[in-house]
Each structure stands twice: as C-alpha cells, then as structure tokens.
Design a protein around this ligand. Structure first.
Ligand code: TRP
Length: 446
C-alpha cells in the first residue's frame, strides 16, 4: 500500500508546528509562567527548548523519516540485536498508550474551550439559557463537547495525511497566528498592560536555579514539542527525503517556542488588565492565579468589563484556543491510527473512527470521575511517562542506531551535513547530554 506523505516542506512545517503549538503553548506555558514567578521561567524554558528539546525532536524526526514507519515498527528497525528490538517495540507501544491517554484529557479541555467560544455567539443572539449552559461546568456540557471535539479530530484524521492533516493545518495555523497578533495589539492598548509585560519579561534571577522551576520547564518543553510518544516520529516519516530535515525541524522548534512566547504576551498582560478592572488575580500567598481559574474565570471576567468589545474579544480568544487544540489533537490521534493502519493493514477511515471512538470512551470515563482522575492522568503522562520515553528515544537514536546511518539519512536532503554545526554537536547531545539531563531531573523529581 502507498504510504501517505506531506506535499511540501511548507505543508510539513505547518502540520508539525500545528502538532507542537497547542494548549501547551497558549494555555500551559502562560499559566506556568504565572505560577513560576514570571520571566525566570521564560528564560529557563527558552534555554531548555533549544538545548534539550530540539535535539530530542530531531532524533524522532530523523528516525521516522529513515524508517518510514510508525514508532512501534521503526525503533526495532534500528538494530539487529533481538533484545533491543523487543525493547524498541515496548517503547513504541508505551508511547501509543501514553498518547491515547493524553488525547483523552486534551479533548476534555478542548471541549470547554469550544463551549466558551460558542457562548458569545449565543449571547449575541439572545439565547441566555444556552449561554449559561455553555459556560457552566456541568456534566452534560462536558460530555457533549468532549464528544464534539473528538468527532472533529476524527473527521480530519480519517481524511489522511495530505488531504486531512496537511490541508487543515495549512488553514488553521495562519488563522491562529493572525488572531493571536490581533488580540495582542488590542490588549496592549488597555490600562495596566505594561505592568504585566514587565512581570513577564523581567526575570527574577534568584529563581533560575530553582529545581522545581527547571523540572516544570523541562516537562513543559517536552509536552510542547510533542516528544516521547512517536508523534514527531510519524510526522517525520511523512516528510520527503529531498527536504533538509535539520532546517525543517529548526523551523518547527522556532514556531513552537515563538508562539508560546507570543501567547505569554497576550495572557500575562491580560491578567494585569483584569486586575485594573478589579478582578482578583493573586492567591492568598500573593502568587498569580493560574491554570483553569486564569482561563475560565479571570479572563472571562475581564471580557465582561470590556463593554461591546467584550464578546468579540471573548469569541476570538476562545476560537484561538480551540484552533490550537485541534491542530494538536489530530497529531495525537494520528499516532495510534498510523500504527493500526500500517502494522495491521487496516483502512484509515474505519480505523480513525474505531480508535477515536475508544479514546472518546476513555475521555468520558475521566469526565465521570473527574475529581480524582483528571489531575492524575495529566501528571502520570506529562510528568513521568513523556520525559522517560523521550529518554529512550534519545538512547535509541544515540546508542542503538549506527551513527553513520543517521548521517546518511540527514544527508539525503542536506548534502553538506557532515560539516555542519548541527552534525558536530547533535550526536553527542542525544548520546550524553539529553539522557543525562533527563535522568538527573527524574531522580530529583522522585
Ligand atoms: N504539543 C501539543 C501542545 O503543546 C500537544 C501535543 C500534540 C502532544 N501532540 C503531542 C503532547 C504528543 C505530547 C505528545 O499542546
């Protein structure tokens, strides 16, 4: 069977940046900044994203393009040793499980955001009951919108690589960037925005070596670049061999980190604007409120204060968040779907609906056991499973795979790779620096 492929380099970059740019950027990063003391977190994050996450991203992309297969098939292909083949399969399968769980909580949050995006429209039309239902965290609303979001995700994935993922990413990503910049331009004209900007951009250097902060920044970087579950590996496997993979990966990293940074320019100043309008933005200890309180209470309270502009800003803001979520959720669903389609020779259309349906069920289990399950699955997958699996991907790229094979793969679209700065440090990085850093952080976290 003919394997799908992205049509162009731009298509790949949009799709992979779409996978990377998601709730992690527009929600996770700004709220982490808020709860980890502002600019210090920004600085550490930037450093880790480029020095730790980018090399790990390249490991996945290069393995993927070389194997032209999903992670479960690709990792065992890197070696002749039977035990290492089995190990590779286990890592791949653990990635599949992790990605399914990530999608199941991701869809719940995305559902809230879509509901909040529709609410201003119902308000405008005068459907007050509907607006109230959309913005209240009831079981019925959460079930309905988790379901709705999963159906959108499944429809795109069932359309395939170039016709589904690439086509939709090329539409949604530019829209997302335009909305983001328009909102920032508007927000920065409001009172108190500059105080927020200062808090965001001025690092408190005493916090920089705070290990809790470093661990959070590392988890954030891994989540944001979609590492450790074979997601970037499968996207790399759809990239043409004629393209310079080092450059393409650098673009994806730049867009991901850049958009997280820019999202911070929107959210942190917005909090201080809200504070100007009398909304409480600090907790009892004097730290900035964050996470869901920030997104679903502080910001809506701010939009309420904006008069006639309020509903429009609210609509654009939650639309932005929903778009970010959708370009990422499709990459999450693609991982198990690609595996079943390739390894078990099934049809993409039916597979998308079956796997998507099973993950929706998992989501609903979380919705019905929200209080104890939601935070738990987020912590297990993003704090532990992802960095640990990311470590194994680096080990397979750096220790198990022949160095020369990796070089030959890079050279396909980048003839002079051997003499490049990238090749001088990357092999060394995935072999030593990334694994060591992850291990140290891991021991520390435990
Ligand atoms: N990176 C996305 C975000 O920032 C989420 C995401 C997409 C993801 N694919 C992934 C996270 C694979 C972990 C693994 O929101």
């Amino acid at each position: 069977m003919q394997r799908g492929q992205f049509n162009s380099k731009a298509g790949f970059i949009m799709a992979a940046a779409g996978a990377a740019v998601g709730l992690g950027n527009v929600w996770g990063f700004p709220t982490q900044v808020a709860s980890n003391g502002g600019g210090a977190f920004v600085l550490v994050y930037l450093l880790l994203a480029f020095c730790l996450a980018y090399p790990a991203l390249m490991a996945e992309l290069i393995i993927g393009r070389s194997a032209r297969a999903n992670a479960v098939t690709a990792l065992p292909m890197l070696t002749d040793k039977p035990q290492l083949k089995v190990g590779g399969r286990i890592v791949g399968i653990a990635g599949l499980v992790t990605v399914a769980v990530i999608l199941s909580f991701y869809a719940i949050i995305a559902g809230w955001l879509i509901a909040f995006a529709i609410a201003p429209v119902t308000q405008f039309l005068g459907f007050n009951e509907a607006e109230k239902w959309l913005t209240t965290f009831s079981l019925s609303r959460n079930v309905a919108f988790t379901f709705f979001f999963m159906v959108l995700t499944i429809i795109i994935i069932s359309q395939g690589i170039s016709n589904g993922i690439e086509r939709w990413s090329k539409r949604m990503m530019p829209a997302l960037i335009v909305i983001l910049i328009a909102l920032i331009a508007y927000m920065l004209t409001l009172p108190n925005a500059l105080v927020g900007l200062e808090h965001y951009l001025k690092p408190d250097f005493s916090q920089i070596f705070n290990s809790q902060l470093i661990i959070s920044a590392m988890g954030q970087a891994f989540f944001s670049l979609s590492l450790g579950v074979g997601c970037m590996l499968i996207y790399g496997s759809y990239l043409s061999s004629d393209e310079n993979i080092v450059k393409a990966g650098a673009w994806v990293t730049l867009l991901d980190v850049g958009l997280a940074f820019i999202a911070g320019l929107l959210i942190i100043p917005s909090m201080y604007i809200a504070s100007h309008f009398g909304v409480e933005i600090f907790d009892a200890e004097g730290a900035l409120l964050s996470s869901d309180t920030l997104i679903f209470q502080i910001l809506p309270a701010l939009f309420e204060q904006m008069g006639s502009a309020g509903p429009i800003v609210a609509l654009l803001f939650f639309l932005l968040m929903s778009l970010a979520a959708l370009t990422s959720s499709i990459s999450l669903l693609e991982v198990p779907v690609a595996y079943v389609v390739e390894a078990h020779d099934k049809k993409r259309h039916i597979t998308s609906w079956v796997i998507g349906g099973l993950i929706t069920l998992l989501s609903l289990i979380i919705v019905f056991n929200f209080d104890w399950l939601f935070g738990l699955v987020i912590a297990i997958t993003t704090k532990y499973s992802q960095p640990l699996l990311g470590l194994f991907f680096c080990v397979y790229a750096g220790w198990v795979w022949q160095r020369n094979n990796a070089l030959q793969e890079i050279k396909k679209g980048f003839e002079d790779a051997e003499n490049s700065f990238f090749w001088k440090i990357w092999p060394w990085y995935v072999k030593f620096v990334c694994p060591l850093f992850i291990i140290i952080m891991f021991i520390h976290a435990l």
